[in-house]
Design a protein around this ligand. Structure first.
Ligand code: AMP
Length: 487
């Protein structure tokens, strides 16, 4: 979503059905988009003297099915949905869409190994909308026809925005329920029932316990970023939710990695699933230029400032390990003159949404984040990822660097490795089955030896061909940033 759209679109309500600013069938941020067929009239009907009193408002929803033939309609996607896609820059199906949509449309369960950025939201969202459009009835009170579970508020919000865009001009509405927002408002809205409910598992359980939502009519279920839901500790919530769903349903499970616990989860949720993998787990996107910089823990902030000041106009995400450490680092960077925001578990939802909105709009250039807060973020302009602290779960390295090189762009990911983090570095390289090229600092003796031999992971990482390896001489960073950031 563009910054302009956000400005014109109240933040608090932007993902609820009531907020849909554009019922005319136009994807919201594409006012000058491609010509559309059977476009509904502009929604100024309240002032139309010719409008008959009893005429339902829904006449302004696109009713006729457009006569179009696109790669998506050829895979069985409803033309009322497919017509929105070119305006969103979605012309040709991505590999995950190509492999999964026909099977999903045919009613198969799906186990998808794919990260955010592969187009998986459309892979599950387009067949879901196609199916809901064909039901043609309103949901009953306190029920939802489709349920999408996501690990974090941010991912839930992103999914909600995508679904709104894909469903523009159709009668299908989504509603997002996440922690940190008023539960009473959510209870009230669910009274009417909802087509698509997008929820974090914890809040969904709260709502179920209050009797606000009943899942007995939920025929379409999506578990998105399932591995992260397990990491966060949602396994019990997910087991409970599984028991409340009807047996007759279609389930899609997406995960970037396939830990052991996932097999159990997949077993309890899926029936004879179609298995689809893009970007096998543990492998980072090829377009990311990676590097590791060896540095003492105490010199990391200065080193970060040096890197940041070389690219002051580009967006960067800095990953810290703890909430406290990330907050402290963001305050320090702010003091040094950087436009910075922090996003982690100690921030309120309002603060997190404001931080993300200003980062997306480019007003804030640096986002300091922890793992829980930042996985799954899809912000195409992110050019740099700095692993200020190395993650202790190796798979998270792949998720973190996947925040850059999105939507066909290039991206750079630098890992700061302190002497105490050598174990983490080796675990990451082992998980990726590749070495990360050294771009600065001096590797400890035993690491240098292993690297000379080709290391446990073999020579060259996914970024090894990127021309960064061993070019720069080892150096110690200076105590203060060399140049002040612009702007
Ligand atoms: P996702 O993996 O669902 O988070 O999607 C990442 C981004 O890719 C989103 O901004 C989508 O709008 C975009 N996208 C999804 N499918 C396609 C496609 N077939 N072609 C181009 N962009 C796409």
């Amino acid at each position: 979503m563009s910054a302009d759209t956000r400005a014109a679109w109240p933040k608090d309500v932007m993902t609820t059905e009531n907020s849909r600013p554009n019922r005319s069938g136009k994807p919201r941020h594409q006012d000058g988009g491609k010509p559309r067929f059977n476009r509904a009239p502009k929604p100024n009907h309240n002032h139309n003297p010719r409008r008959h009193r009893d005429e339902p408002e829904e006449k302004f929803i696109r009713r006729a099915i457009p006569d179009i033939d696109t790669p998506f309609t050829q895979m069985g996607i409803d033309a009322r949905v497919a017509i929105n896609l070119p305006g969103l820059g979605i012309e040709t199906p991505s590999p995950i869409q190509e492999k999964s949509i026909p099977g999903i449309v045919a009613g198969r369960d799906l186990l998808g190994l794919a990260q955010t950025g592969t187009g998986k939201t459309a892979a599950f969202g387009l067949p879901m909308l196609t199916r809901l459009l064909n039901i043609g009835r309103k949901p009953e009170p306190r029920t939802c026809r489709a349920l999408i579970l996501a690990p974090t508020r941010e991912l839930a919000t992103q999914i909600a925005e995508n679904i709104d865009n894909y469903a523009a001009g159709t009668p299908i509405r989504q509603f997002r329920v996440v922690g940190g927002a008023s539960i009473n408002v959510q209870v009230q809205r669910l009274e009417r029932g909802v087509d698509v409910l997008i929820a974090t598992p914890g809040r969904l359980i709260d709502l179920i316990e209050r009797g606000a939502i009943d899942l007995s009519q939920t025929g379409y279920l999506v578990l998105d970023e399932a591995d992260q839901m397990l990491d966060i500790g949602f396994i019990h919530a997910l087991r409970r939710i599984a028991r409340m769903l009807p047996k007759e349903r279609q389930t899609l499970l997406f995960s970037a990695t396939m830990p052991k616990l996932m097999a159990e989860l997949a077993d309890s949720y899926l029936t004879d699933p179609l298995k689809v993998a893009v970007n096998p787990p543990g492998q980072a996107a090829e377009k990311i230029e990676q590097g590791v910089h060896f540095v003492n823990q105490g010199d990391k902030a200065t080193l970060l400032a040096e890197y940041l000041s070389k690219h002051t106009d580009e967006l960067a995400i800095v990953f810290g390990r703890t909430k406290h450490g990330s907050e402290k680092l963001s305050k320090l960077l702010e003091k040094w003159g950087y436009k910075v925001a922090a996003i982690h578990g100690n921030k309120s939802q309002g603060q997190r949404e404001r931080a993300l909105a200003s980062f997306r709009a480019g007003d804030t250039k640096v986002l300091v984040a922890t793992d829980v807060a930042a996985r799954g973020l899809d912000i195409p302009q992110v050019a740099h990822v700095y692993n200020y602290d190395l993650p202790n779960v190796p798979e998270n390295y792949v998720h973190r660097i996947g925040r850059t090189a999105r939507a066909g762009r290039d991206g750079r990911a630098i890992a700061f490795c302190a002497p105490a983090e050598i174990g983490e570095l080796r675990a990451i390289e082992k998980a990726m089955k590749a070495q990360i090229p050294v771009v600065g600092g001096e590797p400890p003796f035993e690491v240098a030896k292993i690297r000379e031999r080709g290391g446990p992971a073999g020579r060259g990482g996914p970024g090894a061909g990127a021309g960064t390896a061993r070019k720069r001489p080892a150096r110690r960073p200076s105590r203060a940033p060399k140049s002040a950031p612009r702007g």
